[in-house]
Design a protein around this ligand. Structure first.
Ligand code: BG6
Length: 489
């Protein structure tokens, strides 16, 4: 019987992420019996709060899943009773030493494992890591630290951050989170590709014409302008979430499903990527727009954003992987805020069937005749394949129809939130879905030069109205590589 304890300290406990994601995910894990028998949760932040006040705050964020209504409130009480609070500064060793003392009381002399979740702004990261790791240096179990992006804002600052963190932690203690890796459909990507004969042999330049990675949100930066303006959409979404998906999509077959084997392949593919040309990037920024009598504010209407900000809230880019599998295949990325819908998807466009007997049935538009595999990460998780099909009837007319796997229709169980999977992995020491430092370096090496160029040349973003489909420049970019954005029909 495992008698060890796990204490989970949420540093930055009164922040948005803690309230919206971390505490609810911990509760869901508790509900499902995934947390170890002896566990304690501590909230740590600057504001003064009692345990009861923290519990009250946390309780407002907890919900029961549809199939979990039964004894849910009882479970909530049990969970809340395991939650405590300690108020302290993020850079105070004394305050962390007080926390250490409280943790020790809870650990009761058992083998003590500690997980710190740093949900705090980047400028206080290193101080907090230092204090947390030093205060836990006398424990006899493991100490792990989950860190949230931004991991720097370019190659240099990211390397400096890694160097500072490594003064206090080993690489095996650092869990760099990219919550997109915890999403069900992203996790499924390798299953789809490597365990289906109808896909695996086609996963290369000979059969795939283009791959599109699309992220859109139908709301603006809303209150996060201060953070966002310093980063922009390329650093916020492309350099991490979309690039991670690309790496998983395009990597060679790993030796095994072991974390290091997978991360080795991801690094290789990232390092095979061609430097991004400025010409292959389109940037945009949303402007206010009135629709149905409602005024939707522009990006620079946010009080925390400078009036003359050139920070992109939209970007599209063409990327290439210079290896034998993907030579010449454009990987088109598109990410934007304040667009017409909320969506994240991967679209794989296949080539034409050579000498297709039915070409004439499609008229002149051969693009209509190619297969497309769509992996919709969110919302309404789905995988569908567009195929050519004969319209029933006496004539010979073809149309494109979907072979459709809609998760909501196929699986009754609700899909866990990405943070549940990732927190559980961190507790279990599973690193497969966390970013290794060399992956991070490779990701920054790819984006840093073009980010610098955009900023040094003060490239003006193309403006687009709030709620629109984004700048037209994105269409020209795709057209240059003879592709059409699949999400626009
Ligand atoms: C975060 C970004 O990493 O991901 C946000 O910083 C973005 O700007 C968010 O809104 C999107 O996450 P999700 O899971 O809601 O798609």
């Amino acid at each position: 019987k495992d008698d060890s304890t796990v204490s989970i300290t949420v540093v930055g406990a009164s922040g948005d992420l803690a309230k919206k994601k971390i505490f609810p995910a911990l509760f869901a894990l508790f509900y499902e019996g995934c947390l170890p028998e002896h566990f304690t949760i501590f909230g740590y932040a600057r504001s003064k709060m009692t345990d009861a006040e923290l519990r009250n705050m946390v309780s407002r964020t907890l919900t029961c899943r549809i199939d979990q209504r039964e004894n849910c409130s009882e479970k909530m009480d049990q969970f809340l009773n395991r939650c405590f609070y300690h108020s302290g500064q993020y850079d105070s060793q004394d305050n962390f030493a007080e926390l250490d003392k409280k943790l020790k009381e809870h650990e009761g002399g058992r083998v003590s494992n500690r997980l710190f979740y740093l949900s705090i702004p980047p400028n206080i990261f290193v101080d907090a890591v230092k204090c947390a790791s030093l205060s836990s240096s006398s424990t006899n179990g493991w100490t792990r630290v989950i860190v949230e992006k931004p991991f720097g804002r370019d190659s240099e600052s990211s390397a400096a951050l890694t160097k500072s963190l490594k003064q206090y932690l080993g690489e095996d203690q650092i869990f760099r989170i990219d919550h997109y890796l915890g999403k069900e459909l992203v996790e499924n990507l390798s299953v789809l590709r490597f365990s289906n004969l109808i896909f695996e042999p086609l996963w290369n330049r000979q059969y795939i014409r283009s791959v599109q990675l699309i992220f859109s949100e139908d709301f603006g930066t809303e209150g996060r302008g201060g953070y966002f303006d310093n980063y922009g959409i390329i650093r916020d979404i492309m350099q991490n979430h979309l690039l991670q998906i690309l790496a998983l999509f395009a990597m060679e077959t790993p030796v095994s499903l072991d974390a290091e084997d997978i991360r080795n392949e991801k690094v290789k593919v990232l390092r095979s990527m061609r430097p991004i040309q400025l010409d292959d990037v389109v940037i945009g920024q949303y402007k206010s727009h009135t629709r149905a009598g409602v005024l939707y504010p522009g990006y620079t209407d946010d009080k925390t954003v400078p009036q003359n900000s050139l920070t992109p809230t939209f970007a599209a880019a063409a990327l290439f992987i210079d290896n034998s599998r993907w030579d010449g295949v454009p990987f088109l990325m598109k990410a934007g805020k304040a667009l017409h819908n909320k969506r994240a998807e991967i679209r794989v466009q296949f080539r034409h069937v050579p000498g297709n007997l039915y070409n004439r049935c499609f008229g002149t538009d051969l693009d209509q005749a190619t297969n497309e595999l769509v992996i919709r990460v969110q919302p309404d998780e789905a995988i569908y394949l567009k195929i050519n099909n004969k319209v029933p009837g006496l004539g010979m007319r073809l149309d494109r129809s979907n072979l459709n796997l809609l998760y909501a229709a196929r699986y009754s169980k609700e899909i866990p939130d990405a943070y549940e999977r990732l927190l559980l992995d961190a507790i279990e020491g599973e690193r497969r879905l966390f970013i290794r430092s060399d992956e991070l370096d490779a990701a920054w090496s790819l984006f840093t030069p073009v980010l610098k160029e955009l900023e040094e040349k003060k490239i003006i973003p193309e403006y687009y109205p709030y709620g629109s489909r984004g700048p037209v420049g994105a269409h020209y970019l795709a057209a240059r590589y003879k592709v059409r954005w699949g999400d626009l029909g």
